[in-house]
Design a protein. Structure first.
Ligand code: CMC
Length: 435
């Protein structure tokens, strides 16, 4: 695997003094000159630990996969700008890039694609697995459970060869699992994968076709889904990727680690936001269509409403993925000739928020989920499947991080510390003497 060399030099030190003790902490620099002080000796030298709720200042690893500059709105996979990949690449090419570190040659891409096609089917017994789940189950926990269950079918010890098979199986079976999770809840028969189709068209076929008749796949719709998956493919140490790393750091198998990542992604502050954006837009449309009223609610600290699809922990100018999607959104809706009511409300929300002091002062801009939901909606993807499509997109990123962590010579089990605020030592009280 070729990876970009990390120009890491120890250039500076940070000195910390605390209660008569001191320590000099070396500073590590990354290839884009990001600096981080190395805290390995902090506790043993000073007794201090760091306190960083939400990990806003914590670098948990070194990584050569994805670079983000949130102030400049930059996102690059393995050095390639997201805008170029979105325009010129395909999802499978990007998956290879994330996993292998370089863009594939024609021959590499052809054999990667062929290998994936050999593993797209699920074991027939999974039909019984799905039938045990309620019909109204949200597809996200269905996907998490199914991916976790793959660990029961493939139990060989994780040699390099076995890990390669698990990676291919996961990439191959994820669209099948995603489509089955949907077919299960609408009561239609599962569709088998079709090897003559490309990765994304195959997903569209399994999701929308029925055994009764041929289903004509719209290449433009398949390309829009492929593009969305490219934009979601990795985002360095976000909540779900950090979860995959943390679970994997105990040497839990790949399937179990990815299943945990899917659960982390489901939450509405993370991948689940795309579903929440459409629900918010539909709510506004149902009420009186007033974006202003909803913005006022989002600013009110006594109201739990947030402007879904706005704000990001890292991006403080704009989310470059949202910029690509804003353009795609108008194109897709224009081409499909769909009603643009939800897009109109979205544009109005964005216009108000971008001028509003509350959002401007907090640097809250539209994120990737703001437009992706509108596009999925226009493409006829059911709302509860939006986050499942995010999952399919994020899969190669999760796997690349899991592999990078397992091969890192500095690899240790993840184990944060805490500042204890509970009761100090006290004697046990017999039950008859309590209360
Ligand atoms: N609407 C209204 N106010 C907001 C919003 C929002 N969407 N986002 C942040 N704020 C306010 C927040 O109340 C706080 O105000 P104050 O300083 O007065 O207390 C300030 O902005 C900072 O917010 P925060 O919650 O401390 O920021 P964070 O970095 O912890 O959270 C976030 C980032 C994405 C969870 C948050 O912006 C949010 O909840 N956004 C809506 C959900 C969303 O769209 N999530 C998708 C993220 S992008 C895709 C992905 O990575 O999964």
């Amino acid at each position: 695997m070729a990876t970009q060399a990390m120009s890491e030099k120890l250039q500076q030190e940070v000195e910390i003094h605390f209660e008569g003790k001191s320590v000099k902490l070396p500073v590590h620099r990354g290839s884009e000159d990001e600096a981080g002080m190395d805290l390995a000796k902090l506790r043993s030298s000073t007794g201090l630990i760091t306190f960083d709720p939400g990990y806003g200042n914590t670098g948990a690893c070194k990584s050569a996969i994805t670079y983000i500059d949130g102030d400049q709105g930059i996102l690059r996979y393995r050095g390639y700008p997201i805008e170029e990949l979105a325009e010129k690449s395909t999802f499978l090419e990007v998956a290879w890039l994330l996993l292998q570190g370089e863009l594939p040659t024609k021959a590499e891409l052809a054999s990667f694609s062929a290998e994936i096609k050999q593993h797209t089917m699920l074991h027939e017994d999974f039909k019984r697995f799905f039938s045990a789940l309620p019909k109204d189950a949200h597809p996200m926990p269905v996907c998490a459970a199914t991916v976790g269950a793959l660990a029961t079918y493939y139990q060989d010890p994780e040699s390099e060869r076995q890990i390669h098979s698990s990676v291919i199986r996961l990439l191959a079976k994820m669209p099948t699992i995603a489509a089955c999770s949907y077919k299960h809840c609408i009561g239609q028969p599962f569709m088998y994968p079709r090897n003559e189709l490309d990765y994304t068209s195959n997903f569209v076929q399994m999701m929308f076709a029925t055994p009764c008749e041929d289903y004509p796949i719209d290449p433009a719709a398949a390309r829009a889904i492929d593009l969305l998956m490219i934009l979601h493919a990795d985002h360095e140490q976000n909540c779900s990727t950090s979860t995959v790393r943390l679970v994997g750091s105990s040497q839990a198998p790949l399937f179990a680690s990815i299943s945990a990542g899917i659960s982390a992604l489901w939450g509405s502050l993370h991948g689940g936001a795309n579903q929440k954006v459409i629900e918010m837009l539909e709510h506004i449309a149902r009420e009186d269509g007033s974006a202003d009223k909803y913005v006022a609610r989002a600013k009110d600290k006594n109201d739990t409403a947030r402007l879904m699809g706005f704000g990001h922990r890292i991006y403080k100018s704009y989310d470059p993925r949202a910029a690509v999607l804003k353009k795609t959104c108008a194109e897709v809706i224009g081409r499909l000739g769909k009603s643009s009511k939800l897009l109109e409300i979205a544009m109005r929300l964005e216009e108000i928020a971008l001028k509003d002091e509350y959002f401007v002062s907090r640097k809250l801009y539209p994120n990737v989920d703001f437009y992706s939901g509108v596009i999925f909606n226009a493409l006829g993807i059911p709302t509860n499947m939006f986050t499942v499509l995010f999952t399919m997109g994020r899969l190669p990123g999760w796997i690349a991080h899991w592999l990078e962590m397992r091969r890192d010579p500095d690899f240790r089990i993840g184990r944060p510390r805490q500042i204890y605020t509970g009761a100090t030592k006290r004697p046990y009280v017999a039950i008859e003497r309590r209360g």
